[in-house]
Design a protein around this ligand. Structure first.
Ligand SMILES: *[C@@H]1O[C@H](CO)[C@@H](O)[C@H](O)[C@H]1NC(C)=O
Length: 378
């Protein structure tokens, strides 16, 4: 885009230097028109940049937004080894559950905050890191406390404890007043719930013994609501709450329950639709009842399902297998450079391993969502 603009401008100048500045030819009129459009676009974008970016992006949730917290704890859900991170800067396996950046990084960049949201645990964070936000997310967790217990991830309530500790660190750095201002003006992002349904409910027997599907969904939505209310009471005011993806189409679930053809599991997708609808209603209710809060439910299901159903529109050719190894079962420890190296062309895959999208799929998803929820994000 930039190059096109520049060359048109260049041509405009050259022709003006040879002749008096009269606009007679069609080309000249066209150039003036294009310049006008560019000028307007620039005016608009400088208008937009007048809305101040939130000072920080603060993230809670599971592997979709865990930049490496799990590196610092004892858990099976780790991926700080190649080929994870093969397309990340420096090919580092940071603990992100993908081949490159993850949604929290992308959103922080698009909000103009920073390029990467670091993990709160496991690395030495600079003052700047702390002031502009961190992620407490932990791969394998869910709103259901049993979900994190099953893989020893950091539970959502423990993530809130870490958030309290983080607030105290901010106070030491920036003082009470500035901390309160950062906490109340920041953007918060909460993404979890996939593992509650896909793992805890459908794959292990524990919860199915106690709950039928509708009552389990109700239980998870109530847990989500308690989490969000507590987050509000700790000072958060602007919160993005993501729903879950079409979990029946995750390569792992195709393998486990999709039959010999590894089809999308209809029941699981239906469960995701019901869950998303219930969660969305609850988020709307919280938005209306928690004074001064702005909370939005973000639908990832529709966009991801469209990518899976119409891969050609996005340049994908492989929708049912992860890029790692055979793509049928590899995730975390089983996705490793010794027994399961990365595929040839990751850009053709929606999924990186059997649970997590590739960086490219995440980018497409986030671009769509940024457009769809523009008014909230600006
Ligand atoms: C959420 O609440 C705010 C007021 O706090 C309101 O401006 C906004 O429209 C609400 N959002 C929705 C989707 O109802």
């Amino acid at each position: 885009m930039h190059q096109v603009h520049r060359s048109i401008r260049g041509r405009g100048r050259a022709s003006m230097s040879r002749r008096p500045p009269q606009c007679t030819s069609e080309l000249c009129v066209l150039i003036l028109l294009v310049l006008g459009i560019i000028f307007q676009a620039q005016a608009k974008s400088s208008n937009r940049s007048r809305t101040p970016a939130p000072p920080a992006l603060i993230v809670f949730g599971d592997s979709v937004v865990d930049p490496g917290n799990n590196n610092a704890i004892v858990t099976m859900a780790k991926c700080n080894h190649p080929p994870y991170g093969k397309d990340f800067v420096g090919h580092q396996a940071t603990g992100r559950f993908s081949n490159g950046k993850i949604p929290s990084d992308m959103i922080a960049s698009k909000l103009g905050i920073k390029q990467y949201v670091p993990a709160y645990l496991g690395t030495k964070l600079s003052t700047e890191d702390l002031l502009t936000g961190v992620s407490f997310a932990s791969g394998g967790c869910g709103y259901d406390p049993l979900t994190s217990e099953l893989v020893q991830a950091i539970s959502m309530s423990d993530q809130l404890k870490l958030f309290k500790e983080y607030k105290n660190k901010l106070k030491e750095i920036a003082g009470e007043t500035k901390t309160n201002s950062i906490i109340s003006r920041s953007m918060y992002m909460v993404i979890t719930g996939t593992d509650d349904l896909a793992n805890t409910y459908f794959t292990t027997p524990f919860r199915r013994a106690e709950y039928d599907l509708p009552s389990y969904i109700k239980f998870v939505v109530e847990s989500a609501s308690s989490f969000l209310q507590e987050l509000y009471h700790l000072g958060a005011r602007k919160i993005i709450v993501a729903g879950i993806s079409p979990i029946g189409c995750l390569p792992s679930q195709r393998t486990l329950a999709g039959g010999i053809e590894r089809e999308c599991v209809t029941l699981y997708n239906q469960a995701a639709v019901v869950y998303n609808s219930e969660l969305s209603k609850e988020v709307q209710r919280l938005n209306d009842t928690l004074a001064g809060s702005r909370t939005v439910f973000v639908d990832m299901y529709t966009s991801l399902l469209d990518m899976i159903q119409n891969p050609n529109n996005y340049g994908f050719t492989e929708i049912a297998r992860g890029c790692c190894g055979t793509g049928i079962f590899e995730v975390t420890l089983t996705c490793n450079r010794f027994t399961a190296p990365a595929c040839e062309d990751v850009s053709k895959h929606i999924f990186w391993d059997t649970y997590h999208p590739t960086e490219r799929a995440y980018e497409i998803l986030i671009r769509k969502l940024m457009k769809q929820y523009k008014s909230f994000l600006n």
